[in-house]
Design a protein. Structure first.
Lengths: 184, 203
């Protein structure tokens, strides 16, 4: 796998709504900027060869790094594939929408739910939001959140940004009623 | 434990880039470039352009210098791993550029960043007044020898929801090495370049 760059982001929120958040709420993202395995090949009907060659390696690279950046047990998580302008969104989806990619993160985080995702095509410097949900129960409303990312020079037209996001808690100052208490 | 709320710190954002390959080749000396950004309430809102800024500088700037250099050192493998540094401020639209300058351009910030990073150079900088989510290119140069050309580099910093109009984003940048594939010589190897000796090359 040809990786150009690895980007790490952490956000610590210390106050929200004018009130202290204690302990600070942390969300971490690690992104790998990789060459699109199908660049320059025209329409490739069967993507399985490229997926088999790269998806697991990317999951294995990113999962421990994002948990290390978080520095705490993950309670919510998500993933992203941002495809450069020459590629198909299907290329990015191929790399992240497979158990071979996601299981590295699920296993490392003791998680069970599906990873929410963003798939998008854009120019270098495109802004994208990674959605995160609770790692064992996607209906836990307190943990629905997202983090915004921008990488100045990625993805190039023949690249894909593959990212994982992890949060150590739900939203800061979360105070919505539980899903189970809501009346129809 | 420092009470961050007392200093009006809303958020701290760390961003790093590790370059594994540039133009298809791995750098001989791989470097990690990073920024740490603190979002603080502008303490001078509603003041006059003639007000003295000193008191809040003394109160706030050292706290930011300590916090931001700690974040970078912890993530980059310690102070000894840091070879280049820089600083920046983005002032929200209700403030003056002078407010950002006050937080990064006095000894209460600059001297402390230099001391905490064990450097000797003057610290290069960028500043701007802008909306939340604006990007700013932060220049970095060598912490002990500013004219070291291999270490002239930049990193782009951005906080998605800051600065609000009443906030300031204060940034410290650092790098653990030179540009990838730096190969443009140095002052020691440069020829003497003057317009007259270049002759026809200078129109």
């Amino acid at each position: 796998m040809s990786i150009r760059k690895i980007v790490t982001v952490t956000e610590d929120i210390l106050t929200e709504g004018g009130r202290e958040v204690s302990p600070a709420a942390r969300v971490a993202v690690v992104a790998a900027i990789v060459k699109n395995p199908w660049a320059g090949q025209g329409f490739v009907e069967d993507l399985s060869e490229g997926i088999d060659a790269h998806a697991s390696d990317l999951g294995a690279l990113l999962a421990p790094r994002v948990l290390e950046a978080l520095g705490a047990p993950a309670e919510a998580y998500g993933k992203a594939a941002i495809v450069g302008l020459n590629g198909e969104i299907e290329h990015g989806s191929g790399l992240i929408h497979t158990l071979a990619f996601g299981n590295h993160f699920r296993d490392a985080a003791n998680a069970t739910t599906l990873l929410p995702a963003v798939e998008k095509r854009g120019p270098a410097g495109v802004i994208f939001d990674i959605p995160l949900k609770h790692i064992t129960d996607a209906t836990i409303r307190s943990h629905h959140q997202s983090i915004e990312i921008r990488i100045n020079d990625a993805p190039h037209a023949d690249e894909i940004v593959i990212a994982l996001a992890a949060a150590a808690q739900g939203r800061p100052q979360q105070r919505l009623a539980a899903f189970s208490t809501e009346k129809n | 434990m420092m009470n961050d709320q007392r200093f009006g710190i809303r958020k701290i954002v760390y961003y790093s880039e590790e370059i594994l390959s540039e133009n298809g080749l791995s750098p001989a000396k791989p470097a990690v470039r990073a920024t740490a950004a603190a979002v603080v309430t502008n303490p001078w809102l509603g003041g006059k352009p003639t007000d003295d800024l000193g008191a809040e500088v003394v109160r706030l700037a050292p706290v930011l210098a300590r916090k931001l250099t700690d974040v970078l050192a912890a993530n980059l493998g310690g102070v000894e791993a840091i070879q280049a540094f820089g600083k920046a401020a983005i002032v929200g639209t209700d403030g003056e550029i002078e407010h950002g300058a006050a937080l990064i351009h006095t000894p209460f910030f600059g001297n402390l960043v230099r001391e905490f990073f064990e450097g000797e150079s003057i610290i290069c900088f960028a500043d701007d007044r802008a909306d939340a989510g604006s990007s700013l290119v932060v220049p970095l140069w060598h912490k002990n020898a500013a004219a070291t050309r291999t270490h002239y580099q930049t990193i782009t910093t951005r906080v998605s929801d800051a600065p609000r109009p009443d906030e300031i984003v204060v940034v410290v940048g650092a790098s653990t090495g030179p540009r990838p594939h730096s190969r443009i010589g140095d002052r020691l190897t440069d020829p003497i370049v003057k317009a007259e000796t270049l002759g026809e090359l200078v129109p």
